[in-house]
Design a protein around this ligand. Sequence first.
Ligand SMILES: [Zn+2]
Length: 300
Amino acid sequence: MQSQRTIRRSISCAGIGLHSGNKVTLSLKPAPADSGVRFRRSDLGGLEVAASAEHVGGINYATGLTRDAVRVDTVEHLMAALVSLGIDNVIVELNSPEVPIMDGSAAPFIYLIQEAGVKPLSAARRYLKVLRPMSLTRGDKRIAIYPSDHFKVTYSIAYDHPMLRHQSRTIRLSEEIFVEEIAPARTFTFLNEVERLRQQGLALGGSLENAIVIGDTGILNNALRFDDEFVRHKILDVIGDMALIGHPMIGHLVAHRGGHALHTAFAAQVLAQTDAWTLVDGVPETVDTPRTVPAVARVS
Ligand SMILES: [Zn+2]
């Protein structure tokens, strides 16, 4: 039986919010079984919002959660790291409304979790196993999930730019594959969008240190981490957004030209379609057992 997990000890890091530009300290703290991922605002006296699709609000080039007076933005990269490393329960404490962007990928959060260590809990992990297909289409954007014995993601993107006419990738997820193939992929933006974002008060913390910037003839950064880093980052985003379901999934997720609004609307739809899935305890025979990757490994 695969048990739920939390982290072994509290750990912190500091960075800036991509959109707010605010300095922020993030701490991960151990939490008991069945408590899930909870974001806590220390600057608001410890008010919390659970990482759940029901609390999604304010999608502005990133995924935000709100409940009453509490708001936390840009949760998706951290959520992807937590679900992919099998951290079911944790408190994420912030002293500002936005999760730090770090280097624009999930690799720094992987490093943080590995440094904290993993602690098994006595309760069984519950997976959401897809029984029949579900889908959501908005214009030319589409996302769907199909029954499968494994958690797999297929993503395709298409932009009106010579570098990004089409990229597509299918990946069968395990802890190790996420750490090596997906977590290091950075967020990206187009140079001609940066000014527009800033006029809206967004991307104020953005720089070549935390985003790939695509100009007319190529990227402004020195190098890509993968030839298809862009579609890999979209896979990272959708894993993080779908983690708001609150259970790791067993199914094949397929998305075309999605974004946070589509991903999170679909997460809410999946939760509502209770006849299309079932919760199963532990790890069925066909699901890879997550392995612990050595600390300090593979963070490039
Ligand atoms: Zn992202």
